[in-house]
Ligand binder design. Sequence first.
Ligand code: NAD
Length: 351
Amino acid sequence: LQRDSAREFGALEGLHVINDAATGVTGMIAIHSTVLGPAAGGCRLWNYESQQALANDAVRLARGMSYKNALAGLPFGGGKAVLQRPAGAFDREALFRVFADAVAALRGAYITAEDVGTSVSDMKMVRERTRYVAGLEPQDGKAGGDPSPWTALGVFKSMQAASKVVFGSDMRGLRIAVQGTGNVGAELCRMLSEAGARLIVADIDVDRARRLAGELGGTVVGVDEILAVEADILAPCALGAVLNERSIPDLRVGLICGAANNQLETDRDGEALLEKGIAYAPDYVVNAGGIINVAAEYLGESTAQVEQRLDEIASRLTLILTRAAKQNAPAHRVADEMAQQIIAGSDRVAA
Ligand code: NAD
């Protein structure tokens, strides 16, 4: 484990290794905390270059889920599953069979769902072998299904709230640069366009970005330009670690608010944003819409309850940004401390 992750590794409740000799399936399930309830977090299927890179991702993502769930007011702790994507063609059913059995063996300490590289149909395969899974198809008035539109709505409401704090205005006429026009990014762009914002978009899939700009109006720029364009808001909706010592000096925006997980490469990058006078809406605060929907599905709640929790994201973000400004502290640290206090102050909930 790398140094940062090794420190975080020490804070984990458990790291469960998947290594199935018969199928060659490998991966890990990291459980960061079950203090607030069972550890909930998606399953990522990705081609990692090493076992260490996979472990680092699992550990960081699991901690992020603990904080995200705590701040979203959900009765869940945090965890994450990370599976190595085999090179070339592979037996998807066998992979998710092995994964489902690993989830089942944890007997409810960890609840899984989709993440990057996995889909509703994968989770349906998992559901055949364990009930500790969400992100399945919605049923009659209950929450469920693809979490992306809910994530986009949470980011949109967060941007509305943050624009009021940072610019003292709504989003009409603001220039918003969106990196990544996938499931969340595209949906977010539709809402932004509706709200009268001016869009600048980029995607490694250039046709996808062009199609969206054609539909909504807006400018397409290259993937190597989007982090340096002059705009009011930058919305990272592609990858993690995009805010780092290489990109920050070139940023020309007043606010960063987007869906990608782990946008700051290191904590130091959060401080660099503050020094540069750029407001940062902590990623796990604003992108909680998806897990809010997944949690509601698991708990059998209605979409009305999902909408209420989404509204709370925006008011929580306003509190975090105002507190950060008052203390002249990086917003990510204010959010981390709030999450840690919620976790520390809670009574243990039976899994
Ligand atoms: P997605 O795979 O549908 O979309 C990602 C898009 O980013 C793709 O179109 C891809 O081509 C593009 N992309 C990749 N690298 C790029 C680069 N360097 N520059 C520009 N574009 C690039 O994924 P998504 O579901 O839309 O999720 C987007 C981000 O939000 C991810 O980081 C994900 O972890 C995070 N997130 C998603 C959800 C959700 O509900 N889907 C919830 C929380 C967080």
